[in-house]
Design a protein around this ligand. Structure first.
Ligand code: UDP
Ligand code: MG
Length: 345
């Protein structure tokens, strides 16, 4: 079998501290694999700059001038990890036999990529990288992640346990994925839904090489909530069940209070009254809020807004030789003749 064309997609948001090392490690590793003929020499690494505010794009761009293997995709603004990832995957789709996504901080062991490719050659369309242990994550992160998986399972969302976004997908899997047009994207939930032949590879998760996590608690909570409400209507159903239960309980209370009345103990009652007002009021607000959340989802889905906008794409439109020779003035990329020049190159 001919060696496959691999594209490694790396979403990057304010990653200037770690990026030079990541570029070095990934490109030398890909170089090795090309030499071993495990992958085709047309294989590339595609760095997606998710609207970073630091020098991330400059680093990507400069490296892509020096090394043919390195390509960059610059998004017009920050759209979040999942959307940046999908932008990279969809850009790489046509020119690749398989695509591997990995975070820029190299917490995931790049050497596992070799095993991914072996599985791909065996005919698997999706290979999930699964963390064996999370010793290097903080106590809080480990436990909150655990809680997240358990909660998702209870809500009926089929997730691969301890798998983040380190995975291989074949061209076929990407083509299928491109048919999912939802705006509220939660890749980890969607990919198992494709139902293609898949397998898992275990690896040890390491510490972030440099820089800080781009997922502080607030973003993590938002991400889990997104995951739950995009995939399951269990929360709404739960509200219904609670409502029904409190309705039944209120009957019992009614009977109790009637009993008190008959036996002449009616002076009390304020406490129970005020507590139930608060209880029912709270429940109603939760219910309305939850339903609102789903209506909000419907709202953003019906608008069908694009998930990202590409500013510069040096993957499908390689930088013309003359620009590289001139020292790679970035402004020339915005020249309307850019595409034409690269075709004649
Ligand atoms: N990331 C991104 N856009 C964002 C936030 C994060 O592209 O808005 C990228 C980030 O650069 C990294 C990956 O998503 O490559 C995962 O982020 P991070 O490592 O900070 O998350 P953690 O591993 O702490 O969960
Ligand atoms: Mg990380």
């Amino acid at each position: 079998m001919k060696s496959p064309v691999l594209t490694i997609v790396v979403p990057c948001y304010n990653e200037q501290e770690v990026l030079p090392e990541t570029i070095l490690q990934l490109s030398s590793f890909l170089g090795e694999m090309v030499k071993e003929e495990l992958v085709s020499e047309k294989s590339k690494i595609l760095f997606v700059d998710d609207g970073s505010k630091d020098h991330t794009w400059q680093i990507i761009y400069k490296s892509s001038l020096k090394n043919e293997m390195i390509r960059g995709l610059k998004l017009s603004r920050n759209v979040g990890h999942q959307n940046a990832l999908i932008a990279g995957l969809m850009t790489a789709r046509k020119a690749s036999d398989c695509v591997i996504s990995i975070d820029a901080d190299l917490q995931d062991d790049i050497h596992t990529i070799r095993e991914f490719l072996i599985k791909f050659q065996e005919g698997y369309d999706i290979v999930y990288g699964v963390r064996r242990r999370r010793d290097t994550d903080t106590f809080f992160k480990r436990n909150s992640a655990q809680g997240f998986y358990n909660l998702m399972k209870k809500m009926g969302v089929d997730l691969i346990y301890n798998h983040a976004d380190f995975r291989l997908m074949s061209k076929r899997a990407l083509d299928e994925l491109s048919r999912y047009e939802e705006v509220n994207l939660f890749l980890r939930g969607i990919i198992p839904l494709l139902g293609l032949r898949s397998t898992t590879i275990y690896y040890d998760r390491k510490q972030r090489l440099a820089g800080e996590t781009k997922y502080p608690l607030k973003k993590m909570l938002a991400f889990s909530f997104e995951g739950i409400t995009s995939f399951s209507i269990t929360p709404i159903r739960l509200v219904l069940v609670i409502g029904f239960m409190s309705f039944c309980i209120s009957f019992l209370f009614g009977a109790y209070f009637l009993g008190l009345k008959f036996f002449g103990h009616t002076e009390m009652g304020w406490t129970s009254l005020i507590t139930s007002i608060w209880l029912i009021g709270g429940l109603q607000l939760i219910a309305i809020g939850l339903i609102g959340e789903y209506i909000g989802k419907i709202y953003s889905e019906t608008k069908r807004r694009p998930k990202f906008m590409i500013d510069i794409d040096t993957f499908n439109m390689p930088i013309p030789r003359h620009i590289i020779n001139d020292g790679g003035n970035e402004n020339e990329l915005f020249n309307p003749d850019f595409g034409k020049i690269s075709e004649t190159n």
